[in-house]
Structures are given as structure tokens and as C-alpha cells.
Design a protein around this ligand. Sequence first.
Ligand SMILES: [Zn+2]
Length: 222
Amino acid sequence: MRYTAAWMLILGGAMLLAGCGGGAQSGADRVCSANTFTPNYVPQLRRLLYWERFPVTVYFERDENYSDYYRTLALQGFDQWVNATGSVVRYVVVDTPDAAKIKVYFNPATKDGLTSYSYYPSSGRLVSARVEIGTKGDSAIDIRSVSAHEFGHAIGIDGHSANPDDMMYPTYTPNVPLQITQSDLNTLKTAYCNYFIGRSRVAPRPVEETPVEGTIVCPASP
Ligand SMILES: [Zn+2]
């Protein structure tokens, strides 16, 4: 069963891969392109976003839908990216929402996932992200998979792969664990290429601009 990905708040039409992690502007700074790590699905994305530094802080909302069990499953999903990137992608769980860049919510009414974020449009640098993980059905495999998929968005993959084998394909088959493929990994590496080719990121020039909001919906189940 397939479900069409729905896009909300599509902001701007331009597919923009702005140099290394989006931070670089000048020609000399553009050390990576969509051809640096292949195969990938960078051209299929709205764009690549990035966090200025890792570890990124994560907070789990302690509302009525929270449980330690779901948190454990979510972190196992997040850890797939940590492991795949050799700990280039890292997070730290914090106890207060004020300190968090990524806030995580559980939703018992759905099996879908949803990520929204705020970022600077000129560079793609992320400001904050909100991840919603559907827990309907209580399937450990599916909650782990949705968590891994949504975390992929939350760390910068703003879009979906067209290949059903990829973690970032918009839908999944229930009770089949999602795995990070080479294309998933290469796509993320393109967003953070400075970490993978031994360059330091060139800090974006300070610009006075207002972050924009984007939301990506992942209708993964009936
Ligand atoms: Zn998605």
C-alpha cells in the first residue's frame, strides 16, 4: 500500500544545495556537490538543511502520550543515524524544553510521522525542529522505524526518496524494519560534507533574516 506524501507550507520552489552544508556561499567554499557522494537522492529533495553543530539537543515532551518505552524505541531509531555516520550525527537528550533544538512528541492517534522545522532560508541552517511520532498499534518495529525516518528529516533531509528501499521513502511496510541505505547515508553526507572530507565548515555570513517554517508529513500507514 502506498500513500502519497503530502506537502504543507511549501516554501519557495527553488531546489537549493548551497555548497557544503548550505553554509558556504562563494565558489571557493563549495567543496561538495550532489555528485560528491553517490548514489544519492539529493535532486529529489526540496533542499538540504543542517545543524550548525553536533550533538544536537533533543527533548521528549512529557505529556499524557509519553512513555519511557516509546522514548527507548525512538532513541533506537535515532541511533541508526548515529551509527551509520560513525557518530558524526550525535544528539544529547536534555531535561528541559528550553534547552532543546529538537522536540519530540508521541501521538497515539496515528501511525504516521511528521516533522516541522524552522531554518534560515539563505543558508538552510536549522533553528529548531519538532518531531511527531505516531504510536498507534504499539508496534516496536514501526515506532522505531518512524522515529528513524523522522529523525532523518530533523537532521536535514527536507524531502523524500523515490526508492522504496530507502529509509526516507515516504511510506513503509508494517513490521518490516527500515534500514539506512547507502543512498540515505550519501544524501545526509552531502548536507554535512565538511565532516566527511576533512574540511571545516565556513560559517555563513551573518544576515539579518527571519527563519522560515516548513513541515513534512509522512503518511506511513492506514
Ligand atoms: Zn518523511
